[in-house]
Every structure is written in C-alpha cells, then in structure tokens.
Design a protein around this ligand. Sequence first.
Ligand code: SAM
Length: 356
Amino acid sequence: MKKRHFDALKPICPRCSRTINADYPLVADRIEASTDDEIIEGSLVCSSAACRQEYPIIDGIPVLVPDVRSWVQGHQWDMMARRDLAMGSESLIGDCLDPGSPFNISRQHTSIYAADHYGGDTDRNGAKSVMALVDVGLGQLTGPSPPAPGPILDLGCSVGGTSLHLAKHAGGHPVLGVDLSWGMLRIGRDALTDGRITYSLREIGLVYRRITRSVDTTDAALVDFWIADALALPFQPETFSLVVAMNVLDCVASPIQALGAIDGVLTRDGHCILATPFDWSASATPIEGWIGGHSQRGPDGGAPEKRLQALLADGASPLPGLRLARQSVETRPWQVRLHDRCTMEYATDVYVLKRI
Ligand SMILES: C[S@@+](CC[C@H](N)C(=O)[O-])C[C@H]1O[C@@H](n2cnc3c(N)ncnc32)[C@H](O)[C@@H]1O
C-alpha cells in the first residue's frame, strides 16, 4: 500500500461506513515490512474505539472490505496459491482438479483479463480491447471545459492494465485500482513492482501456455491496487474527480447500489466513465437488481439502456447527483478471449456521467 495513496485518499472503515454510516479514518497499526514508499505487510485499524476492526495489508495489497473474515474465507485459495510452479506441474494439478475448481477458474479468469489488458497485438484486438473503451470515454471528457484533475478510481480493475493506462492521463494525481479478486489484483501488483507480468494463457480446455510480458511502468508510481468492494467503498464523500467502471455494473449484486457508491465518492462536477454490455446473469445479480433485461411487457420493453437513462434523468433518479454528461452514448465492440478457438464479442455502451 503506497503511503502516497494512503495520505491522499484517506481511507475510512468500510464496516463502520456500512453498519452505522460513520466515516472513521483508518490508521496504520501493525507494520511488519515496509519501504520508504509503501507498507508491504501489516495492518490498518479503524480509529473508532468501539470498532477497532483490523484490515490486513498482505504483499503490499490492503484488504478494505466490511467483512474481512468472509473475504479471507472466500479467497483463501487464491491468497495461499503457489506462484512459482513450473508449467508442467501447473498443468498436472489443473488436470487433476475439476474444471470448475478455484484453481482452474482462477487461471481461466486471469487468462481472459491479462490477455485483454496486457496481451499486445497477438492476444488481443487493440481496437476492441478494454483500453479502446477507456479511450472512448476519455475522448468525451476533453472539450471546452475538461473536468478538474484529481484522484482517479478504477472500479473493478481486475488485472490493472486500465489503471496503468489511466495514469498516463492523470496529470500526476493518484490512480487507484480496486477489485475483490486477489488473483487478478496480484497481476497488477506484479506490473508495478517488477515491470513485467507472467500469466497462463488458455489454449483450450485445461491446456495453457505461460506468457511473460514487460509492462510500461513510466507512470506506475501514480498507481496502487487495493482490495475493496464497489458496493461498500472505503472512502469519504467527494474523494475522486474521475471514476472509471469498465464492464463491472453487470457483475455486482446491486448495480444501483454501485452507482450510488460512485455518486458518493465523486467530487461535485466529477465524472464517471461507465462501460457495460448489460450481460446480466443471476449468478452475479439477482434479477430484481438488473437494470433492464427483464419485464419486456413494460413501457421500455426491458431495454437496459432506456432504463439506465431513466435512472440518470433529472428529477427521476434515486441517485442524488449522477447525470448523463452527454445524451449520445457510444456502443463499441469489446472482445473477450476465452481460448485459442473462442473469442466473444460484446456490444458495450460507453456512458460519460457527471456528478452535479
Ligand atoms: C467483467 S470484469 C471487468 C474487468 C475490467 N474492468 C475490464 O473491463 O477488463 C469485472 C470485474 O469486477 C470485479 N468485481 C465484481 N464484483 C465486484 C465488487 N463488488 N467490487 C469490486 N470489484 C468487483 C471482478 O472481480 C472483475 O475483476
């Protein structure tokens, strides 16, 4: 956890924020390994005497979720996973385990997002990568009155390539990538600390090949990665001038709550680049939480884009401050590489929102 990010972003206790709606700052508690710039191992603690919840920092990544115990229980496999296995050993273990095992699911997810964020020309189609979607949003932010510069939050950043990309446009301000996935955030952390990443790229089934890529770390000092929940962000109101939420709205349990959290952490006049293919699934979001994608008998025919625009319309919104900054929405292709023989292509909407 970079001290610069801690000082600038002043994280608060997500448990107190969620349970009693109070903003208690976190303070450094145990520091067991550190450098001049960051805490590598240790913990933060809630400054409320009634709470004193500990938040661990492990391998330089703080875990700032309301229920640390449940998060550790759910991610124990990823946190303890070996990262030094030879390809043959990894392959044998993968073959012995169920394709749906945490081991195989984790490397499948990492393969998808590492290829998209860092894959270069061979593993990803640049014009259809998430980076191209970010650029569409950034392009809409420029103009006669560009937004005031300030800290940037990359919500659901997965392996963190977008955070490094955003740092090029951050004007020296901190960029923070947050996600709930330890395995994916570790890739982003490797990019920061080693200037290169290694991941297993899926060829087919349980067959993978090892990929190592160097990463442009020119602006890496501006970037840090924290484990945090998009639905319970550990920040005081008005902390970020830009929130970027790429393809995450349809992955959370409550998309409206996620929009409310974005609304809460944005500064007045702050902006949000929101990209979503509205690929709803009941495993991520209960149907009642979907924005569109159901109840086609209604006046909007279940169209998600109409329902999202209605949610963000003046006066009609349960979101106090978020509005569409532009009425025109760009629909762009986003390619997700599943394995050598399968690439899915989404039609993803890129919205630019403004907090009034
Ligand atoms: C479809 S992926 C998109 C990743 C990346 N933004 C991109 O576009 O390439 C969704 C990401 O959101 C993360 N995620 C899901 N629920 C989350 C939550 N409640 N808080 C933070 N991140 C979450 C997942 O771990 C995953 O990395």
